[in-house]
Each structure stands twice: as C-alpha cells, then as structure tokens.
Design a protein around this ligand. Structure first.
Ligand code: MLT
Length: 329
C-alpha cells in the first residue's frame, strides 16, 4: 500500500513538473513573436500617437515588434473588454488614459473591472489639452467665445470622442463653468473629430496637445486656451483657461500601460523594464517636449505608481460623475 502511494505521488509530481516545464520555458523565451498594443481610440488621434511613439523603443528593448491595434468605440470601453478577455500571456497589452478611471462611474453596464481585470505595468505620459474652434468660427478670443456660446447655446456644436473620452470630460467642464449646454457630437476618437473641425462640420473641440500643437502653430484651427494652470512652453502666447476666468480649470491627461489579469510576473517585469527604457528614448523625449507633454518620473512608471494613480482617480471621479448625473446605459 505504501509503495503504491509513493508511486502515485512520484507520478503526480512528475506530471506536475512536465506540465510546468512548457509554461516556464515559454516565459523565459517571451517574447518570441510580435506584441499587440491595443489603443481604445482611432488612428491619428492623441492616444494612438502616444502608443506609436512608445511602441518603437519598447519593441527595441524587447527584441520584437510592438504592433498598435485600434479597437474603437464606447469611449474606450470596447477595447477595455477586449484586453480584459485576452490571453494573459504578455502578447496583448493596453494603453489607455484617465478614461480607465471614469468608465466605472459613467458606464452602468461595464463588462470589465479596471481594478480587477488587469495587471499594472506603469504610467507613461501626462498630456495637457487645448480648447479649439474651426478656423472661421466667429469668436477670435476667449471673451468673444464666451459671449458667442452664451448667445447661441445649442446652435454651437462641440465634438468629443465619446462618453468617458477626455475630450468629453473637458467639454463637460467647459460647459458647466460657462453655464451653457452646447450640442455635443460624439466620434470614435478625436482624429475624426479633428478632421471635421478642419472641414468646418463642427464648431469646437477640446483636444490634447499631442495632436493640437502642430495644428495651432500652422493656424489651421483657432485656440482659446490651455487646460493647465501654467502656460505651455510649446504655446507660450496661448493663455490658460484659468487666467481667463475659468478658475481652477485644469485637465492633464495621464496614461497607463496594462496587461490582462494573470499575466505571469516574469513577463510583467520584462514589460516594465522595457517601458522604463522606452521612456528614456531620445526621440520620444524630444517629441513629447515639442508637444508640451511630460514623460512621467521613473517612480510613476511602475506597477505601484499606476495602481495608486488608478485607485485615487476612480475615487476622485466617481462622486463627481454621480453628482453630475451623467452615465451611459
Ligand atoms: C483619442 O485618442 O482619440 C483621444 O484620446 C480621445 C479622447 O478625447 O479621450
């Protein structure tokens, strides 16, 4: 009987070891093919741009290509669900901004849990925003904009990238501080929203400097203010919204890099190391400086740095959104 038990035990241990071997091997070989970086908004927009700028140096650090995939719609929540359900093997990653923190309060039927369904890799960059209008919009400065929107209210259209997009949040803040309701026009990213602003199909858009600085410098759009409390080095002549009377108006868009829950720790460590190397990349640094965007300090480019940020932002936005009574069914 004793012999039989030992035999069974040995056989079980052998089976366990054999079972464990391929997993350990696959982790030590990871990555042996391309890695997909899912972006929740359209190509050509600000989140896509950050993803493409980070994908190149991360790919170099990992020795594999990092391919950007745009899974768009519902303010970024379709992409969130896609990554939450992806195999936790390090080959599917997610780059999202602060919409990850507003989604639980905004979406009644959110099919993923930002706090439970992901592993944290680290924070990436912080990006300011700008309030813009189509080039031929009647108001030529902020005072005129205020007067015009008060007089014309819902005749004025304000584009955004869907509920929970930062362009949506910035627009809500703008409307509540001015005290008027405009007609909001949702898109699947600010890339197509910007195209319509350039084409004159919509009037206003609040969008991130990663895509707006070149448009402003080329005079393709009108700019009324920046959403930081200090003026930006890339746009020194553009006043802040705060200094023009919208007291305390501040939106800076933070970004995080995530993997599906259950991604093995050794893979997460390699991903974090690659992120930290990528954030030191000279091309990325130069591009971000030109666009007045800040690469995060290294203590934030960590799993703990991202976890703390996401938890505190969920706690911050939940009551604000509930009080405002805005949500998607
Ligand atoms: C985008 O990439 O299109 C934007 O980040 C969307 C947004 O406004 O949040």
């Amino acid at each position: 009987m004793k012999l039989k038990f030992t035999t069974v035990l040995m056989a079980t241990l052998a089976a366990l070891c054999l079972g464990a071997a391929p997993a350990a091997l696959s982790q030590s070989n990871w990555p042996d093919r391309s890695v997909i970086l899912v972006v929740p908004f359209t190509a050509g927009g600000p989140t896509d741009l950050v993803a493409r700028l980070i994908a190149v140096p991360m790919g170099k650090a990992l020795g594999q290509t990092v391919l950007v995939e745009n899974t768009v719609g519902a303010g970024g929540t379709i992409a969130g669900a896609r990554v939450a359900r992806a195999a936790p093997n390090g080959y599917t990653l997610f780059l999202h901004h602060m919409g990850m923190a507003t989604a639980p309060a905004l979406y009644k039927k959110l099919s993923f849990d930002p706090l439970k369904d992901f592993e944290y890799i680290g924070q990436v960059v912080d990006v300011p925003m700008t309030m813009l209008a189509r080039k031929d919009f009647p108001a030529s400065n902020f005072k005129e904009l205020e007067a015009y929107v008060r007089a014309n209210k819902t005749k004025v259209s304000l584009a955004n990238a869907g509920m929970g997009a930062v362009s949506h949040l910035c627009g809500l803040l703008f409307m509540s501080q001015i005290g008027v309701d405009l007609t909001t026009v949702p898109y699947k990213g600010t890339g197509p929203a910007m195209n319509d602003l350039l084409g004159g199909q919509v009037d206003l858009l609040c969008d991130q400097t990663t895509t707006t600085v070149p448009m402003i410098k080329d005079g393709r759009v009108k700019v009324y203010g920046v959403t930081t409390l200090k003026r930006l080095t890339a746009l020194p002549n553009v006043p802040t919204l705060d200094e023009q009377g919208l007291k305390g108006f501040e939106v800076k868009v933070w970004h995080g890099l995530y993997a599906p829950k259950g991604t093995p720790a050794p893979v997460l460590e390699k991903l974090n190391a690659a992120l930290r190397v990528a954030l030191q990349d000279s091309v990325l640094k130069q591009r971000m400086a030109e666009l007045s965007s800040d690469i995060v300090p290294m203590d934030k480019a960590t799993p703990a740095g991202l976890k703390t940020q996401l938890e505190s932002e969920i706690a911050k936005w939940g009551p604000v959104i509930q009080k405002a009574g805005i949500y998607a069914d």
